[in-house]
Design a protein around this ligand. Structure first.
Ligand SMILES: N[C@@H](CCC(=O)N[C@@H](CS)C(=O)NCC(=O)O)C(=O)O
Length: 278
């Protein structure tokens, strides 16, 4: 970096950062406008957009439905985060942290809200007793990787991706710092996947559902266009695992839900019934 920044004694919110998300970032939480969330006919109401965090949950619903769990039917409503819809009063009631995805389960006596994609996956896995191992050792492994993903990925999205792809200028210091960390994380995953087919063992689980949309997308060249920069082809086990998961029909359906970019024929802005994806 050429310019040295001397932080003032007290930070003030007085100038735009110029970054890609500058218009929606604020240093305060809570709603900016009154608007209730729409509610459809199904027990599960998902409020999301098809980012890697958002698609984890639509993939889980599609996986559950593919196994025949009809009670896993869901409505998926688009939340336009670029337009600040995560700051509506209704959304803030569903998630005080104003980030997609948020889920409301209307099949409970009182509606149950769940926020944080990892918590939503775990809630659904426990509700339907599937995609989470039953044996204590494998369950521990599954939860370890699920929480690993939730704790590690902010370095990928908010760290590497932000500075490599979205910041208004390229700064060497943060790109170096986060490229180093992301290559380390890819190596962690690669070593684990050299020993087992999926993260929690031989069965596909919510740990894979949480992790693949980020690190699988990265090694497939679908995230940040960083495949050469990070030499992702070196992580052969991550690639093998990701390719196998991307072939699953439920994954191919789930990634299209609440999608508003890319190939228009693959975009399903809202999902209310199975046929919306056919
Ligand atoms: N840890 C959260 C992260 C969710 C998150 O960062 N969501 C982003 C989209 S991927 C979002 O809603 N951003 C809007 C904003 O920050 O205002 C989760 O996994 O659910």
């Amino acid at each position: 970096m050429n310019d040295t920044y001397n932080p003032p004694v007290v930070w003030k919110w007085d100038k735009p950062s110029g970054g890609r998300f500058a218009s929606i970032n604020r240093p305060i939480s809570g709603s900016t406008h009154e608007r209730e969330l729409p509610i459809g006919n199904h027990p599960h109401q998902l409020y999301s957009v098809a980012t890697p965090n958002g698609m984890k949950v639509s993939i889980m619903f599609e996986e559950l439905l593919s196994l025949g769990y009809e009670e896993a039917e869901y409505d998926a409503w688009l939340i336009k985060i670029g337009d600040g819809e995560q700051f509506s009063s209704g959304f803030v009631k569903a998630n005080p942290n104003s980030k997609i995805p948020a889920l409301i389960d209307h099949s409970t006596a009182e509606p149950t809200r769940i926020f944080e994609s990892g918590a939503i996956l775990l809630y659904l896995a426990e509700k339907f007793s599937t995609f989470i191992p039953t044996s204590s050792k494998e369950r521990a492994e599954c939860l370890s990787w699920l929480f690993w993903q939730m704790g590690s990925t902010p370095y990928l999205g908010g760290g590497f991706g932000h500075f490599y792809a979205y910041a208004p200028e390229k700064y060497e210091y943060p790109i170096n710092r986060y490229a180093m960390e992301i290559k380390r994380q890819l190596d962690v995953l690669d070593k684990a996947l050299s020993k087992s087919e999926y993260l929690a063992g031989y069965e596909y689980s919510i740990a894979d559902m949480a992790t693949q949309p980020w690190y699988g997308a990265l090694v497939s060249g679908k995230l940040y266009n960083a495949q050469q920069f990070l030499e992702v082809d070196n992580y052969t086990h991550v690639k093998r695992w990701s390719t196998a998961i991307q072939k699953r029909t439920a994954v191919q359906r789930g990634v299209r839900v609440n999608r508003v970019w890319g190939d228009e024929s693959k975009q399903v802005k809202e999902r209310h019934q199975k046929s919306d994806l056919d």
